[in-house]
Design a protein around this ligand. Structure first.
Ligand SMILES: Nc1nc2c(ncn2[C@@H]2O[C@H](COP(=O)(O)OP(=O)(O)OP(=O)(O)O)[C@@H](O)[C@H]2O)c(=O)[nH]1
Ligand SMILES: [Zn+2]
Length: 195
């Protein structure tokens, strides 16, 4: 997957300097001199995906149960307030002819997180990427996240978290695989509780 961010840093810094001035911060030298550069660098980092190759292997063992990578850390920025949302993604698929390098499931979550996002879109993009890249028999993605725009400000709903999911193929059509997906997730939660 290609990295495709093109940022005009100087223009962004100038714009943020104007933003700070409009907030009445003109007299603070440190803020006016250095903060715009730091903020631009911070958002540039948050919005620059790393390119990666989706390594796949022939499924010579005919492995035909779910592969689930649990608890992939997720950090993104909401497109509405440009504030972070942070959480966890669980990504599963039912292989057909090929299996994918496990780390690629974490990398795809990271890639789609590195842009202004909406949790629903991120969830669907990860599921669709896996569907398009691997042509598996099924896909399941579940994301849980806390949005700081609704915990730190606004509604200030401190502990509220949002759960979204996307399914493809057999995870949509066959209840057995959907049930497996959730039971594997819960197994993980119970194991984590006993640690
Ligand atoms: N569906 C969805 N909504 C989101 C996401 N991230 C933030 N939002 C919401 O986007 C909405 C923007 O609503 P507005 O009414 O335009 O903004 P606002 O006045 O700042 O709203 P409040 O947050 O309620 O103060 C808010 O309800 C946010 O909670 C997301 O990933 N998905
Ligand atoms: Zn928001």
């Amino acid at each position: 997957m290609d990295a495709e961010t093109d940022i005009n840093r100087l223009a962004a810094e100038e714009a943020f300097r104007s933003f700070l001035a409009a907030f009445g911060m003109k007299d603070n030298e440190e803020i006016m001199d250095n903060t715009p550069r730091r903020v631009v660098e911070a958002y540039a980092e948050l919005f620059t995906p790393k390119a990666f190759a989706p390594t796949v292997f022939h499924n010579e063992e005919h492995y035909d149960e779910l592969v689930l990578v649990r608890s992939i850390p997720l950090r993104s920025v909401c497109e509405h307030h440009f504030l972070p949302f942070v959480g966890t993604a669980h990504v599963a698929y039912l292989p057909d002819e090929e299996v994918i390098g496990l780390s690629k499931l974490a990398r795809v979550v990271e890639t789609y997180s590195r842009r202004p996002q909406r949790q629903e879109r991120l969830t669907v993009q990860v599921a669709q990427w896996l569907e398009d890249t691997l042509r598996p028999r099924g896909v399941g993605v579940l994301i849980t996240a806390r949005h700081s725009c609704m915990t730190l400000r606004g509604a200030r709903a401190d502990n509220a978290s949002t759960v979204t999911s996307a399914f493809r193929g057999t995870l949509t059509t066959e209840s057995r695989y959907r049930a497996d997906f959730f039971s594997l997730l819960h197994l993980g939660e119970r194991a984590a509780e006993t640690r």
